[in-house]
Design a protein around this ligand. Structure first.
Ligand code: OAD
Ligand code: ZN
Length: 225
């Protein structure tokens, strides 16, 4: 059985990372257009870098939760037949031990050099304009996909969705494209696991409501039983 799992901020919420759109979420204190677009970065790179520096720093305070761990158990059983596609820029899937993870919106712990195009694993801040380890220039930006930019590796995702027997969406509000359309691209059965109905909830064949730390382990247990 081939499965594609899509995850969003809701899977990391119980680890202590703020979601975007829930009350008190990241976007409440920030206009996305002021921190998450190429134009914002061109206008005020310091503001954008500080926003992402704070989020990168927050990563060292959190740990994967039972939902991330359950997906590792699923990967142990399915191997190449499971692909986790995440909109999250945190690395909690990897910290839990997932290996087949694709970040369509990039990763906080990666820096991308706008001068030489190299990418580097990065754990510290970028606002102070550190030198690129490859070319020495000071042109590193967060390696995340901003509004108006093209998500990473969509060919791979499209193919996996076209070949899957089951598509499961976990902890995403379903308002940001292209991820919001995956339910339509998936050839197999569809299941949503989310605290509240997403924008596309009625497009799923089945929906379950509750916190990810309960729903995901329950679903994985059921599948592996
Ligand atoms: P959102 O903040 O839009 O949605 C989070 C979803 O998680 C909501 O539907 C909540 O109901 C659900 N949720 C919250 N706590 C949960 C819990 N404990 N268990 C299960 N579900 C829970 O986050 P995303 O959908 O991931 O993109 O946002 C998608 C994209 O929008 C992000 O990747 C980011 C943002 O703008 C970019 O920055 C390009
Ligand atoms: Zn460089």
């Amino acid at each position: 059985m081939r499965i594609v799992v899509l995850t969003g901020a809701g899977i990391s919420a119980e680890s202590g990372l703020t979601t975007f759109r829930d009350s008190g979420g990241l976007w409440e204190g920030h206009d996305p257009m002021q921190v998450a677009t190429p134009e914002a970065y061109a206008d005020d790179p310091g503001l954008v870098q500080r926003f992402y520096d704070a989020r990168r720093a927050a990563l060292s305070q959190v740990e994967p939760n039972a939902a991330h761990h359950a997906l590792v158990r699923l990967e142990d059983a399915l191997g190449d037949d499971l692909l986790v596609v995440t909109q999250n820029v945190d690395d909690l899937h990897e910290q839990a031990g997932s290996r087949r993870v694709h970040h369509i919106h990039g990763r906080l712990r990666s820096a991308w050099c706008t001068r030489c195009d190299e990418r580097h694993d990065w754990h510290g801040p970028l606002a102070d304009g550190p030198a690129c380890p490859a070319c020495g220039a000071s042109g590193l930006r967060p390696d995340v996909v901003w509004f108006g930019e093209i998500p990473y590796g969509m060919d791979l995702v499209e193919q996996a969705l076209d070949e899957c027997d089951l598509f499961v969406s976990i902890g995403t509000s379903g308002v940001v494209y292209p991820a919001a359309a995956f339910v339509h691209w998936a050839r197999g059965a569809t299941l949503e696991l989310n605290l509240e109905p997403s924008a596309g909830a009625t497009d799923f064949a089945e929906s379950r409501r509750g916190p990810a730390t309960r729903l995901v382990p329950e679903w994985v247990d059921e599948l592996l039983a």
